[in-house]
Design a protein around this ligand. Sequence first.
Ligand code: SAM
Ligand code: SF4
Length: 475
Amino acid sequence: MLIKQTVDHILTDDEIQGILDAGAAMPVEFARQALENGRQAQGLTLEELSALVHCEDPGIVRGIYETAHELKKRIYGERIVFFAPLYVSNYCANNCSYCAFRHANTELARVALTEEEIREEIRVLLRHGHKRVLVVAGEDPRMSGIEYLERCIAAVYSVNEGGATIRRANVNCAPLSLEHFKRLHATGIGTFQCFQETFHRPTYRQVHPSGPKSHYDWRVLSFDRAIEAGIDDVGTGVLFGLYDWRFEIIGLLGHARYLETKFGVGPHTMSVPRLEPAQNSDLSIHSPYMVSDDDFRKIIALLRIAVPYTGMILSTRESAEMRDELFALGISQASAGSRTDVGAYAHDEAPAPDPGDLTTAAGQFELQDHRQLHEMVQSFLKGEAIPSFCTACYRSGRTGDRFMELAKSGKIHNICQPNALASLKEYLMDYADEETRALGDQAIQRGLAELPENLRKLTEKMIARVEAGERDVYI
Ligand code: SAM
Ligand code: SF4
């Protein structure tokens, strides 16, 4: 297993700052060589990433975007995997100063969905064509502890809507103890996601003044416990806008290298949320570290080069225009048709909250991309991308290091592409209008043409099975 760099502990703030300072002092030649190494899909060392973060040479900056684009195409093809977040509870014992769910926000209407309400949400998502959800909850030992999560996930998997079921439920919840992670694993989840928010400890303390989340180490070591509990796929992230993004991406890469050194495999995914306005949160509107669109593009491109085989997830916090650009630079998974107000899908005739109106919303923060799944699918097909609803890997045991080995050998493309095309065919037949269906069939032909002959034949057979009425066809 190729590990680009050994990091045997969670980096301290001084170490991250030291790496940043060293990068700033590196000659242009070092940055050029780093980019060349990155182009080989070998990932970047912390020093290489730091040199590229600081480099302003126009040729190298252009090269960063070109390389990210090249790697995205080479490793992920034109595929984008879609999912829907499912907010189950906004009760929270924490006081994260950027989030509307925080305990001190007394104006928020608190909701924790019952199992029947969850099933109702899932029925709506299934009718839209979703196969993959991300269960999201505030942290409240009474309202969203492990018993509640177990019931939620069982409810998600229990629904069968005209033959359609959720095939992968990922979870974004607070860090759990080892025992509770074992129970979470037993529910059959895919990825456990937990964002560190910021790797800068003084900022972390400041924005998490009280509640269990105020303990930095409990959070940063949550993946160690999750992996020990048997959860192979973990998803990391930073909330960009809380502190200097340069510091944060060195922290992110340091954490990924630490997990690789300790467990032989790094994070399965990285999420890149950017701070959005949230009800009664001054910080969410006036943070001194807001990330500009230009810097955000650079963040995505640099991360794509630094960890080429880690899936990158973008949410509807970003506008439609921005999201379309970022897909080309390395994003491989996207949420679609999202709502962060608990219970909103079942009330989908209710309009999304007005942009900028933070007074009435029960949502966590403001969303920028309000397109429904069918609009996104169509828009992606027009942009020659391949929307994928694949959920095969974790059901075929391709998780953790087994997934990474396949990814790094380049063989994963031979599995993802057939699965993406078969799952797209299923979506087209069951949910798409005529125009989307025609666009989708063209995309399938393009996708087939990219495959070597033996795989093309295999994929054609998979698609024929879908056409004949079989569902959930994958390898
Ligand atoms: N409560 C759990 C936690 O904090 O880990 C999990 C769910 S929390 C609802 C999911 C993520 O939303 C947080 O990790 C944070 O990064 C993000 N978030 C919170 N407030 C936000 C805001 N104002 N803008 C964008 N993202 C935000
Ligand atoms: Fe609670 Fe998570 Fe929001 Fe913090 S980010 S207030 S922990 S829901």
